[in-house]
Design a protein around this ligand. Structure first.
Ligand SMILES: Nc1ncnc2c1ncn2[C@@H]1O[C@H](COP(=O)(O)OP(=O)(O)OP(=O)(O)O)[C@@H](O)[C@H]1O
Ligand SMILES: [Mg+2]
Length: 351
């Protein structure tokens, strides 16, 4: 039997892409590079990066060739994956009205991810952007407290979609809204992943310029769930200048930059860069070391988006439900305003 491309395509029409229910040939996933030599066949599947179905589609394609043409075809290990940026249309694209989705991450806990997420959301909103904020920290959701909305409970609309709470002009959802503070639920693996998926895909986020996700510390399943559910446009990594925090920040950077995840790092933020007492605003004490994150950014060729000092009022405003960036005076709010004015944010919207 002589093999020819049409025969291969006919066999591949039996493979369906689960996202759309359509076959991979009709969906345009089979690249135009079918090579046949005797009984050996090679070709590529065009699959978007992060697609969790990559492996199974390759397997299914090999199997379809053997089933519908014959087991004499030498195909095992010959199907390669060509990564494409193009979105494969799925029934419903989550967050389709959102222009830019940014994850705020850190390797280490307690370095100020939530503080940065909350204040960056406010600073971007002050620049005139429409902003949404998702608190995906299953271990310690803190956004509701920082926005003074701990006692609110989002409701669903007639279509069963969750309606985010709006505060200071920002649409907010938190995993914290769905646990009872008293009976602290421990979110485990699949349960947490499903809850986060639901907050991403079954909520009325609407049209937004920026969607900011406050991630849990480290590199957990939740990170993977988010990357597999939506296409992140970028990540911001927060760290203090302290050695131990930097080591973890590097792990965080590597997690986003590895081939499988491939999320661009928009920049680093150095939090707790120095201590400035309220009564001595000119003084700077480098409690956790000087410029650790700045140096890391230089080494890695990543932008340093800002250095935020330690000031008592950050902590107080976090606890009082009014993020510090709402005040228009003071070194911290101007530090966050400067982050939001960084051209990277305007650029990314243009893409
Ligand atoms: N620059 C700062 N100056 C003073 N206090 C700060 C600063 N940044 C953060 N904090 C305080 O440090 C604590 C931890 O900050 P935050 O909750 O933002 O960290 P996190 O990385 O989100 O922590 P977690 O890993 O627990 O989610 C909070 O009480 C916060 O108010
Ligand atoms: Mg936090």
């Amino acid at each position: 039997m002589t093999l020819y491309p049409k025969l291969i395509l006919d066999a591949l029409q039996h493979v369906r892409y689960p996202g759309t229910g359509e076959d991979i040939v009709t969906t345009g996933m089979v690249a135009d590079n079918i090579r046949i030599e005797g009984n050996s066949v090679w070709f590529s599947l065009m699959i978007k990066p992060n697609d969790p179905l990559q492996k199974s589609l390759v397997k299914a394609s090999e199997q379809a060739i053997i089933t519908y043409i014959g087991d004499f075809v030498d195909i095992k290990g010959h199907v390669s994956v060509m990564q494409v940026e193009k979105e494969i249309k799925t029934a419903e694209v989550p967050l389709s009205g959102v222009k830019c989705k940014i994850a705020v991450s850190s390797g280490k806990g307690g370095v100020g991810k939530s503080t940065v997420s909350a204040n960056l959301a406010i600073a971007l909103q002050k620049q005139g952007y429409k902003v949404g904020l998702l608190d995906a920290d299953i271990y310690g959701p803190s956004i509701p407290k920082m926005f003074g909305i701990e006692n609110e409970r989002p409701v669903a609309n007639e279509s069963g979609m969750i309606v985010p709470i709006e505060k200071y002009g920002i649409k907010i959802l938190s995993i914290g809204f769905f646990v009872n503070k008293e009976s602290a639920v421990v979110w485990r693996g699949a349960m947490a992943s499903n809850a986060i998926k639901q907050l991403l895909t079954e909520a009325t986020w609407g049209d937004l310029d920026f969607f900011i996700i406050d991630l849990p510390p480290g590199t957990s399943d939740i990170h993977l769930t988010i990357v597999q559910t939506i296409k992140l446009d970028g990540a911001i990594v927060v760290s203090t200048p302290q050695e131990v925090a930097l080591a973890d920040a590097i792990k965080g950077i590597d997690m986003f930059q590895n081939d499988k995840v491939a999320v661009p790092i928009l920049g680093l933020i150095e939090n707790m860069a120095w201590f400035t007492p309220a009564e001595l605003p000119e003084n700077e004490y480098y409690i956790f070391g000087k410029d650790g994150v700045k140096k890391l950014a230089e080494e890695r060729g990543i932008e340093l988006l800002g250095q935020i000092p330690i000031v008592q009022s950050i902590c107080e405003s976090g606890d009082s439900g009014k993020p510090i960036c709402l005040n228009n005076d003071g070194i911290v709010s101007s530090a966050f305003d400067n982050v939001a004015k960084n051209s990277i944010f305007a650029q990314i919207l243009q893409k």
